[in-house]
Design a binder for this molecule. Structure first.
Ligand SMILES: [Cu+2]
Length: 276
């Protein structure tokens, strides 16, 4: 015990090892992101590209802060290691506190404002008049899609008519003429390069509609009809998954989004109209 002796100092090894670990940790993390080891699938809409741009911007801002903070920590661990010196107490620095609080505030609010469009486009911008309206109904554990048919009008729904075994999973009211031509299918088929407006509904618990390639993820909430817009610009088949833990079958809840040419879409509609 030598409470008054300050000359001895501890071994430099722990400080050196921790500093080296921090530098390697930063290098490995930067590599994982920069080399895109786990890349996202290519976006298939303009809004998805906007989301990607915003993601990269946020990643850059957070990445710079992360690198500076960790390297600063490595430096401090090494520079201020125990060399037998007397510890100094620093009560803080108001100017520095104000500075980095303001910088953080500006960066966070700035990123939020910049990213507003990427998020709001799909939700708050009304879809154009030529948009294709498709209703999406979720229940444990399936997606059901409804097209309004040649009359362009969705028929009335009534929960008392809901009967999946009888072929009426949505509860279409048979007394409403507007519903006679409605097409109810298990796969979402949309024409390429046309604005699509989905109307999300749920019959039981909160589900979700998520397509990675659209960077679009929206909850479906019982009692609400939630509109979301997108325009897919690439033909292909993409997976729709539910990202809300909606019950025991949640892991099996998925469907397909098929983006097809206008001609293929028209023939799909014709086939549906021909089926009684
Ligand atoms: Cu679900």
């Amino acid at each position: 015990m030598s409470g008054t002796r300050y000359g001895a100092g501890g071994s430099a090894a722990p400080a050196l090892l921790l500093a080296i670990f921090l530098i390697l940790f930063v290098a490995a993390t930067v590599y994982l992101f920069a080399a895109q080891v786990y890349p996202a699938p290519p976006p298939i809409s303009h809004d998805a590209a906007l989301v990607d741009r915003q993601y990269n911007l946020t990643l850059c801002a957070a990445g710079i802060a992360f690198i500076l903070a960790q390297l600063g920590l490595a430096y401090a661990v090494w520079r201020f290691r125990d060399r037998g010196q007397r510890a100094r107490f620093i009560p803080g620095n108001v100017a520095l506190e104000v500075l980095w609080t303001c910088v953080t505030l500006i960066v966070f609010v700035g990123l939020g404002v910049l990213g507003r469009r990427a998020w709001a486009d799909a939700r708050f911008v009304p879809s154009p008049s030529n948009a294709v309206q498709i209703e999406v109904t979720t229940n444990q554990f399936v997606y059901t899609f409804r097209y309004p048919g040649p009359d362009g009008k969705f028929g009335r729904l009534d929960p008392s008519f809901i009967s999946a075994p009888a072929g009426n999973p949505l509860g279409l009211d048979p007394n409403d003429g507007a519903g006679r031509d409605d097409a109810v299918v298990a796969t979402l088929i949309v024409p390429v390069d046309r604005p699509i407006e989905l109307l999300l509904r749920s019959q039981d618990v909160i589900h979700n509609f998520f397509v990675r390639e659209l960077r679009l993820q929206q909850d479906a909430v019982p009692g609400m009809v939630i509109p979301v817009n997108f325009t897919a610009d690439r033909i292909g088949t993409f997976e729709i998954v539910c990202t809300q833990l909606c019950g025991l079958g949640h892991n099996n809840m998925h469907s397909l989004l098929r983006v097809v040419s206008q001609a293929d879409y028209d023939s799909f509609l014709r086939r549906q109209a021909a089926t009684p």
